[in-house]
Design a protein around this ligand. Sequence first.
Ligand code: G6P
Length: 462
Amino acid sequence: MASTQAQILVASNRGPISYTLDEKGTLKAKRGGGGLVSGLSAIGPEAGALWVCSALGDGDREAVRRGVGEEGVRMLDIPADVHEDAYNGIANSVLWFVSHMLYQTPLEPAFDAEFRRQWASFETYNRAFADALAEEAAQGAAVLVQDYHLTLVPRMLRELRPDLRIGHFSHTPWAPPEYFRMLPDDIAAQLLGGILGADRAAFLTQRWADAFTDCCHAVLGPGIPSGTRIGVHGLGADADFLRKRSHEADVNERIVALREQIGAGRKAIVRVDRTELSKNIVRGLLAYRQLLEDQPSWRERVVHVALAYPSRQDLAVYRDYMAEVQRLADEINSQYGTPGWTPVVLHLKDDFARSLAAYRLADVALVNPIRDGMNLVAKEVPVVSDEGCALVLSREAGAYEELGEDAIVVNPYDVSGTARALHEALSMPLDERAERTKRLAGAATALPPAQWFLDQLRALDA
Ligand code: G6P
């Protein structure tokens, strides 16, 4: 069964590389970033690592078909309709919504026949990963399974290969039992049981780990079996990479362009997110509008720079959300704007260099998610900031556990409270701001990605 010799395997839906196909039929590779990529690079290719991921678009599928690929990466060409059901249907529309508590009653959710059909695809998709991992792993290898897309993999893999050491990592929050149990009982049990097939189930914060344990007790009765350990690894920002990257020429150019849009002498409230319901961008805009209303002295003296990049645009609810962000930004601009002042500067096109530029010049960073596994923006801003930045932070972000003391903390639903927090942040004396930023940067970089990854491997051995 074990045909190759991978000693360390990572499995995730989205892999470290993706391919696009141009009009001439040429494939172009694009490398991704993120904690796992820098974590894996820390152990080096000689360690015999293999990353198993899905082919996500036409380019990826064509690459698999032509046998184009990169050493250390295996892309699974799961049939497009199965992937669609598993990724957009179950993972993004159900599991993401449950873990971030995003459903809007009375219309949603409805776990009906369509859901059951998609669930069967989710099982097929998880089975494809388990089979590939079982085939590639050397005797006794370590397998690190990532995220809610692959919840069923640890149990399936354990049955195929009892010799393996299996870890599962959740990058999202975990819902409390009262919310989690809106899932049909058999599905809830299958999800928990899937993760409990691992030797170790790890989370970004103690809060999410506790919620998982509570769900196991509520749904499964006996709770966590003795064979599964629970762990917490709070992924931090990659200071070395960020400090270097944020001073490259393209970032400097973006700073000039942004400063021009903001206008001389004005303060900038910055936010950087995927345009994601859980990020709470709309309430952020409402809070900003309330600030302009309640504190007219800030008019003409502040600009809200909102970088809201497209995400999961196959889903109507995400497209609608993006349209609402755009509409509200326009409304605020026509309501308050003057010939020399645009109150909201909104950018909807993904641009990492622009994100870093915004981090560097921000006076205030607004990070107000409804719920968030960690939120790395909150950790990256203080590391990159040129002159210190006040952080307005939701208490529902995982990062709150580490950054709460030096941030201005908000309840993400409280628009008036967030408006007051923005006023307080804008009014913070510059020396206090710089002091806090220094402490925030220290806390934010406590566990850099490479260390985060190695800690998980070590913990699996223990
Ligand atoms: C966020 C979450 C991850 C998740 C990823 C998927 O970054 O924190 O837990 O894996 O989204 O995003 P995608 O674009 O692949 O749907």
